[in-house]
Design a protein around this ligand. Sequence first.
Ligand SMILES: [Zn+2]
Length: 351
Amino acid sequence: MKLGTAEAASGEVASGYLSVTELPTGQPEQVPVVVVEGEKPGPTVWATGTIHGDEPTGMEAIHEFVDRIRDEQVRGTVVCVPVMNPSGFRTNARTSYYGDEDPNRYFGIDGGSDETPPSVQQLICDRLYEEIRASADAVISLHTSWIATYPYTIRPRVSYGEHRKKAEAAELRDRLVELVDAFGLPVVNQFSADETVQRSLDHTLTGAAIADGIPAFTPELGGRFVVEKDVCEAAVVGLQNVLYALDMVSDPAAGSTTFELPTDDDLKRFVHPHTDTAGIVRYRVREGEWVDSGEVVADIVTPCGETQTQVKVEHSGYVLSRYERVAVYENDPLLDMAVPDDEPLLLNRSD
Ligand SMILES: [Zn+2]
């Protein structure tokens, strides 16, 4: 397989760069790529990292993963893009600096017109996604979340309707469930269908791939800015176990992940609670903890330290993340939670 300047013959690992646009200073903007070409034919898996430039853990997990499988007998092809957002990575920022846009909201969009052409970030996403869609049998889009985060995998919902037959959608869902389980982090279903569209999460890399029938998911590898080594190691194990589930390597990964959110229910993402009072937030809970409906999870105090109000949760569930600031305004969210899911993973979108 050849991608940019990385050309790997059978049984080889090649690294190089894919040019995605031109910089005003005369150089090409390039993303790094590593291609692991197995000796035998098989599926093609894409692993991508750092599409938010302040999320380095995916990049490092990919580096270590490639080192692990370098000498394995791989069936099929693994394509890695450790840094999907080079400009955000240079500035340690979530967005790219060409137009301060979130690159992970531009996949699978037929955007632009003659009057309003697509932005350079959208062009870059189009060019990357064209390569991904042409060959991917599975996509793992590695991310991190807020600094205080318990690691988990976001599992997207799969819809059927005029765009896809129910049986095809069910098959895609089953493949997705298998691969997410193989990855090994706690599983949290995507927001409700309406909220997913409201937040443009249908145009993330994962969202676009699912729309195109490619199983794809989004591990959130702890907090941003720094690499949490234990989570990074869990991701390396997870990536290898996804290859094992696809029969691309002969053995599962040595080691296991220790992250779990024990429950019999499917969980879904939920941003809750919000504070109705401005002030200084003092959390009483931390990521990974279960909280019961009615429990006080935070106090809002004045700058002099006097308690103004207590914030309770109205839903039971796990705390996934605490938000990254102590000064809060009216209606600011305080927690990302995983609560019991009341919607199916397989959705009817024909109505
Ligand atoms: Zn991210």
